[in-house]
Design a protein around this ligand. Sequence first.
Ligand SMILES: NC(=O)c1ccc[n+]([C@@H]2O[C@H](COP(=O)([O-])OP(=O)(O)OC[C@H]3O[C@@H](n4cnc5c(N)ncnc54)[C@H](OP(=O)(O)O)[C@@H]3O)[C@@H](O)[C@H]2O)c1
Length: 339
Amino acid sequence: MSANKNRRIVLVSRPEGEPKPAHFRLETADIPEPKEGQVLLRNLWLSLDPYMRGRMSAAKSYANPVEIGAAMVAGTVSEVVKSNRPEFVPGDIVLSYTTWSDYAISDGPDLRKLDPKLAPVQTALGVLGMPGMTAYTGMRNIGQPKSGETVAVAAAAGPVGSFVGQYAKLKGCRAVGIAGGADKCKYLVDELGFDAAIDHRDPDMPAKLAAACPKGIDVYFENVGGKVWDAVFPLLNDFARVPVCGIIAHYNDVAPPPGPDRTGMLMGAILRRRLTLRGFIVWDFQAQAGDFYREAGQWLREGRIKYREDVVNGLENAPEAFMGMLKGKNFGKLLVKIA
Ligand SMILES: NC(=O)c1ccc[n+]([C@@H]2O[C@H](COP(=O)([O-])OP(=O)(O)OC[C@H]3O[C@@H](n4cnc5c(N)ncnc54)[C@H](OP(=O)(O)O)[C@@H]3O)[C@@H](O)[C@H]2O)c1
């Protein structure tokens, strides 16, 4: 990083299908000056998350797209460098929502001070941040797991899925994870205490999933869609709950998949088996943020929730890391260490 310049990564054009390096550009400009009421932040950690694929698209969604030529947005952990607000002083470490950049300006209200003595500050982007809260609120409000039930989750080695499976264990459930590759599956069982883990790339995945769920599935935390959903759906028990959190297998889709329209069959099964499928966005449950910080913080201190980080060094490597995440190359919460 140049001492007196600000690098940022901007969106050059909107991908059709998979994002490629040409969709991003690294630019250098002067470090911005904070105006009255603003603070200047130096980004230390940048969070890379699947939702960013949606921000690259102009399709209607729950949040506005990133404009062409603008810097990609992100959750960041940052250090206050200059402050024109009384509540912040240089040296404060804050959770912020800024951009893929070395420096950023904030108006202040969305900043949350972090105490490095309580937990490593970058956990505010993972297990103690948006992904952890997504898992916690989706399970608490929609999944509602009860002791003895079976909970299945895919993208299970990531920050959302790994929290979901461990939450299921805390509630006395059987936790079955679905992940890409033997290493991730081994980690789920050996280190996180899942009861079983299935590799979604295994051609026998549907049969192996059925064998791992002998009493069917009561809660399926949907992170993926695609062929995992096809394998899970026949196993859903009467009154099963499906928090629909993400469908990463479809984020690069440009057209509906070929094949017959199965909507009628799907709706019929939802009716007969009295299934609950509910989509949600983490901020729907913002009122439960206090509960989340208290409970998740305690579980973390007690070692009852564990987490793993995949750290990439250097802002310039963010696009490649982001593209890799959409293919499962990350193993744990994907973070870019900027400074
Ligand atoms: N609703 C909300 O508010 C909200 C908030 C946060 C996240 N989310 C969603 O939650 C999900 C997980 O997010 P995360 O941050 O924890 O991500 P993550 O697990 O760190 O990364 C995504 C993972 O998805 C898996 N994946 C990618 N393509 C796949 C495919 N075709 N089939 C099966 N698995 C595939 C890969 O893991 P494998 O190696 O295991 O394949 C990849 O590592 C995403 O769908 C995300 O959009 C939703």
